[in-house]
Ligand binder design. Structure first.
Ligand code: PMP
Length: 409
C-alpha cells in the first residue's frame, strides 16, 4: 500500500466550506506546542496536567479486572446520556463543592470541552451574544466563535466579574436588539488569570444574570485543586439553574476524555439529543474506567497529592517572579489551579516579544489569545503545572531577562 500523501490543490475546497468554518482558528496554545516541546525550552505555555506520579500499576490492575469482568459491556455502545454508574459517583465529586443534584440531570461528555460545545450548540444561533469574563479560556472562545456567536467581554477585577459592568453590558446589548444567551465564567482559579471570584461576587453575578434573563454557565475544571484552604461552594450550589461543567482531566487524567454537564432537566434532555447526534454516546470504556477508579481508589487522596505537587510549583513560580521581574511588571497570586497572569508595562507587546522569548529558551502564551476582541497585548499567561520547580525558576529567570531587554530598547 502506498503511504504517499495525496496533496489536493489547497484552494480546491475554499468555496465549499460552511461560513462557520471560516470562524475557526488554531488555538494559540496548540500552535506553540511544536516549539515549546523542544527540550532546551522551558515551556510555561501549555496547561497540561502533571500526571507522572499516578499509581499506574494500581490503575493497570483495576483496568485488567474491569475488562475481565465487564469487557462485553464496556466495549459496547452505551447510553447517550452516559452511564448511570459514573453519573452516580459524580455526585460525590460535586458534593465537595456543595452541589446536591440528581444523576438524571448529568450528561457525560468527552471532556468539559465537549460540554462547552454541546451547550453552545443547544443554545446559540449565529449572531447571539455570549458574555465572558476578561480574560477568558481560549478553548471556550474558539468553540463560541465556531458557532458564529459574538463574544463580549465584561470588565473583571481581582474578585471576578464586575456586577455593575455586567448589568450595564446586558442592558446595552439588549437595547441594541442583541440576544444575550449566557454568561460563561470560570469562578475558580481561572484559566488564564488564576483568579477566584469571591462568594459575594458569585451571588451578585448570578443575581444580575437572573434579573437580565441571562443564563450562567459555570466551568469548573480546577475547583478541587485548591492550593490554599478548602474548595469553595460552586455557583451551582446556590442556584440550580446554573449550568455546570465538570471534568476529570485535572483531578485524575485528561486522556480518558471524561467530563460532564449538570443542567436543569429540560436543558439536559436537549443536551442528550445533541450528544447523540455528535457521538451516539460518550466513550463507554472511559466512563467505566473512571467509575471504577472512583469506587476502588483513594481519589480524594490523589487530589490532595496533586494539590501538594502543584503548590510547590506555584510557590517556586511566585517566589522567582518576585525576585526577578523588573519594576512595572505585575502578576496574579493564584490560590489554586495552574496559571499566573502577568501584566507587562504599557507599550510592551507579548506577541511581538515571543520570538525573543523562544531565542532565550522560554515559551509562554501571549495574552491576546484569551480575548475575542484584541485586548491583552501586554499580558502573558504562565503555567506552573508541568515543569518541575527548578525548571520553572529557570524559565522565569529567562523571561525576566527578555523583558528587561525589551525595556532597555
Ligand atoms: N475549561 C477550562 C477552563 C480549561 O482550562 C480546560 C482545559 N484546558 C477545559 C475546559 C477543557 O478540559 P477537558 O476537556 O479536558 O475537560
Amino acid at each position: 500500500m502506498s503511504t504517499q500523501r495525496h496533496d489536493t490543490r489547497l484552494d480546491r475546497f475554499v468555496d465549499s466550506y460552511a461560513d462557520r468554518t471560516n470562524g475557526m482558528r488554531a488555538s494559540a496554545v496548540r500552535a506553540l506546542f511544536a516549539v515549546a516541546n523542544r527540550p532546551e525550552i522551558v515551556s510555561l505555555a501549555g496547561g497540561m496536567p502533571n500526571i507522572k506520579d499516578l499509581a499506574l500499576d494500581v490503575i493497570a490492575d483495576n483496568m485488567a479486572r474491569l475488562i475481565r469482568d465487564h469487557g462485553a459491556q464496556i466495549m459496547q455502545y452505551g447510553s447517550g446520556q452516559g452511564e448511570l454508574r459514573i453519573r452516580e459517583k459524580i455526585l460525590d465529586v460535586m458534593a465537595l463543592e456543595g452541589i446536591t443534584a440528581h444523576p438524571d440531570d448529568i450528561v457525560i461528555t468527552a471532556g468539559s470541552q465537549q460540554g462547552l460545545d454541546l451547550v453552545t450548540r443547544v443554545f446559540c444561533d449565529p449572531g447571539d451574544v455570549i458574555l465572558a469574563e476578561s480574560p477568558s479560556y481560549v478553548g471556550a472562545l474558539g468553540t463560541f466563535l465556531s458557532y458564529q456567536t459574538e463574544v463580549v467581554h465584561v470588565a473583571s477585577d481581582d474578585e471576578g466579574i464586575d456586577p455593575a459592568a455586567l448589568r450595564d453590558t446586558i442592558v446595552r446589548l439588549k437595547s441594541e436588539g442583541k440576544r444575550v444567551k449566557f454568561l460563561y465564567t470560570i469562578p475558580n482559579f481561572s484559566n488564564p488569570s488564576g483568579l477566584t471570584q469571591s462568594q459575594a461576587r458569585r451571588r451578585e453575578v448570578v443575581d444580575v444574570c437572573n434579573a437580565g434573563d441571562v443564563m450562567v454557565v459555570e466551568d469548573n475544571p480546577y475547583g478541587l485543586l485548591t492550593l490554599e484552604g478548602e474548595p469553595q461552594p460552586a455557583m451551582r450550589a446556590t442556584d440550580p439553574d446554573v449550568i455546570y461543567l465538570g471534568s476529570f482531566s485535572k483531578i485524575f487524567a485528561p486522556g480518558f476524555r471524561v467530563g460532564w454537564v449538570l443542567a436543569p432537566h429540560g436543558v439536559r434532555e436537549k443536551l442528550v439529543l445533541a450528544q447523540e447526534s455528535a457521538t451516539l454516546c460518550p466513550p463507554v470504556f472511559s466512563q467505566f474506567a473512571i467509575a471504577d477508579y472512583l469506587e476502588h481508589y483513594d481519589w480524594r487522596g490523589q487530589i490532595v497529592t496533586y494539590r501538594h505537587m502543584y503548590r510547590g510549583r506555584r510557590d517556586a513560580m511566585l517566589e522567582e517572579l518576585s525576585e526577578r521581574m523588573p519594576h512595572g511588571v505585575s502578576w496574579t497570586h493564584p490560590a489554586g489551579g495552574f496559571f499566573v497572569w502577568l501584566t507587562l508595562p504599557d507599550g510592551l507587546d507579548a506577541q511581538a516579544m515571543l520570538p525573543r522569548g523562544v531565542n532565550a529558551r522560554v515559551a509562554y502564551v501571549p495574552g491576546a489569545a484569551f480575548y475575542a476582541d484584541g485586548q491583552g497585548s501586554n499580558n502573558i499567561r504562565l503555567s506552573f503545572c508541568f515543569p518541575p520547580a527548578d525548571r520553572i525558576r529557570e524559565g522565569v529567570q529567562r523571561l525576566a531577562s527578555v523583558i528587561e531587554g525589551e525595556l532597555e530598547v
